[in-house]
Design a protein around this ligand. Structure first.
Ligand SMILES: Nc1ncnc2c1ncn2[C@@H]1O[C@H](COP(=O)(O)OP(=O)(O)O)[C@@H](O)[C@H]1O
Ligand SMILES: [Mg+2]
Length: 544
């Protein structure tokens, strides 16, 4: 379907791809993974012809159409919504534009040309195009009232959905998307997961969203050392199987036969779980064909994230009463009562991310509430990963000295100790001497996590902890929180993170709180709750 031959890409001295040969096949969905800066976005741009490789070729089978999810949300601002979607199918849109122009300038000569174009249009199912586009939009929650508005009149969330409809419009043979779930809300991501799981054409997608990768991918394409390798299965399969293979490699006295049997059993268990899950059929069938020969030990390094507690907290954790916050007169939340029990791992959720951030700022003492009160149990200690960590990094301290600020004992203040710590977070050798103010977003978060590990608090506050992190760090972080014995209050866009860590969901609305002991998915998918939540935001019902 899509063939890449002898592809090399180099920027200055840096070689991103070295003689890559690979094929993307009809019916498969490829999840492209690789470290930050490995070249994932560059690769997609080359596949779609937006960038040129240094050498080599990309070849799309003749007669096949490729479509790309647009990254620039404002590119179609001057066009009406429905037309923006129609423009997703270029050949069709061109024929339509020519036809419309000829109609506008009608003559006998033009009539003949129009006739020819009409045949072409017919073959592309053009007469149904507008209604197809409209129903795609409506499925994505863009109401027909908006279809003739200009894109610039939509809000950010709506624009992303229209661009999604544009990419999907006309069933492209190859669909390319770079981090599509980044700007989408839970409902739209769920819709997209279901759509792609049932989509029979070729999809190539870069994502850090493990739930999404697991729901849609038949293959994981790993970019490492300038090459791309495809592995059958979704992300969890790739992660678990490559970890198992790495463990096996270390067990030198174990017989090859035993290792093979262990892998085979792993595959069977995994396939049985996939078959049980509610994943849609066409993709699921692909995942059932997992191959033992493809399993390779991963060369990836995962940061060692382990949260320990200085001491166990008592029964009183946090009590919040009648809390209110607003920004410029707009109420973010009001009438919030919460009583946290020992060991609760709570997702704090709100439609407006400013509400959850204000909540963390208040309970960590950085912001005064407009009304109400909160009280931490006397045996609790908190460490906080704020959404905006820039204040911590306005310093030219080396990372070793930076982290030393939170050391609690003389032993911890020792250079070797701190360096060992930074090493575990993948800052080794020279890296540990970098100055704090030059770090990338992901590096800053890894430093903040090191700081939290040193603090050994028994309550963790995490506002969008996965932002800027790569998949390896997210996976390691997620595992550590599953095992953490203390309390966690966290807010995240990462579905898998929320689903596997939380036992409780607390939603902050302008008209009170909704508080349930539940998994995140059960909470989000509960029909009655959905209705109640809507009313709480609309203000037609009050929780109290
Ligand atoms: N046009 C360019 N000129 C020079 N360097 C570039 C260019 N485009 C990307 N790079 C570099 O190539 C590397 C890969 O970038 P990118 O494909 O965006 O990575 P990823 O999406 O995997 O995080 C980065 O180090 C980036 O700075
Ligand atoms: Mg990228």
């Amino acid at each position: 379907m899509l063939t890449v031959s002898n592809l090399s890409v180099q920027f200055g001295k840096r070689v991103l791809f070295d003689e890559v040969n690979t094929v993307f096949t009809q019916g498969n969905c490829y999840g492209i993974i690789g470290a930050n800066g490995a070249g994932k976005s560059t690769f997609l741009k080359i596949l779609s012809g937006k960038s040129e490789p240094t050498s080599g070729k990309v070849f799309l089978e003749p007669g096949k159409r490729m479509s790309v999810l647009e990254q620039d949300h404002n590119l179609f601002d001057e066009y009406p919504v429905l037309e923006t979607v129609l423009r997703g199918n270029k050949p069709l849109f061109e024929v339509k534009t020519k036809m419309d122009a000829l109609y506008a300038d009608y003559s006998d000569e033009n009539a003949e040309k129009i006739g020819e174009l009409q045949v072409e249009f017919e073959e592309m199912d053009g007469w149904n195009a507008e209604s197809d586009a409209a129903s795609l939009l409506s499925n994505l929650g863009i109401h027909p009232d908006l279809h003739y508005n200009l894109m610039k009149d939509l809000d950010g969330k709506q624009k992303v959905r229209v661009l999604l409809a544009q990419a999907l419009f006309g069933n492209p043979d190859v669909l390319i998307m770079d981090e599509p779930t980044n700007d989408l809300d839970y409902e739209t991501i769920t819709w997209l997961e279901n759509f792609l799981a049932n989509y029979d054409n070729c999809v190539i997608v870069v994502s850090h969203d493990r739930h999404f990768l697991d729901a849609v991918c038949t293959h994981i394409s790993d970019i490492d050392f300038g090459k791309i390798n495809h592995y059958s299965g979704n992300y969890t399969f790739w992660y678990e199987s490559s970890q198992l293979a790495a463990r096996q490699r270390a067990q030198q006295n174990k017989k090859a036969e035993e290792k093979k049997k262990e892998l085979q059993e792993f595959i069977q268990r995994f396939s049985a779980n996939v078959a049980k899950s509610k994943q849609a059929t066409s993709r699921k069938k692909m995942i059932e064909k997992l191959n033992i020969e493809e399993i390779k030990p991963s060369s990836r390094r995962y940061p060692a994230i382990i949260f320990e507690r200085e001491r166990e907290a008592g029964d009183q954790i946090l009590n919040v009463e009648n809390l209110k916050a607003s920004i410029d007169g707009e109420v973010l939340f009001d009438n919030i009562d919460i009583n946290l029990a020992k060991g609760d791992k709570t997702v704090i959720f709100s439609r407006d991310s400013r509400a959850t951030t204000a909540f963390y700022e208040i309970i960590s003492g950085n912001l005064k509430p407009e009304k109400g009160d909160f009280k931490w149990g006397i045996t609790t200690t908190q460490s906080y990963l704020p959404l905006d960590n820039s204040a911590y990094f306005q310093s030219d301290l080396s990372l070793v000295d930076w982290l030393r600020q939170w050391a609690q004992t003389n032993e911890e203040r020792e250079e070797v100790y701190i360096r060992g710590f930074l090493g575990k977070m993948l800052f080794s050798g020279e890296e540990a001497l970098k100055s704090a103010n030059v770090l990338s977003g992901g590096e800053k978060v890894r430093c903040m996590l090191s700081r939290m590990m040193l603090m050994r608090a028994n309550v963790l506050l995490l506002d969008e902890p996965t932002n800027h992190l790569d998949l390896e760090s997210i996976t390691a972080f997620n595992n550590s929180l599953k095992n953490f014995k203390g309390n966690i209050l966290f807010t995240t866009h990462d579905h898998e993170f929320a689903q596997t860590v939380a036992n409780r969901v607390v939603e902050l609305t302008p008209n009170g709180v909704i508080d349930r002991y539940s998994t995140f998915e059960d909470y989000m998918n509960d029909k009655d709750l959905k209705e109640q939540r809507q009313k709480m935001y609309d203000g037609t019902v009050n929780a109290r």
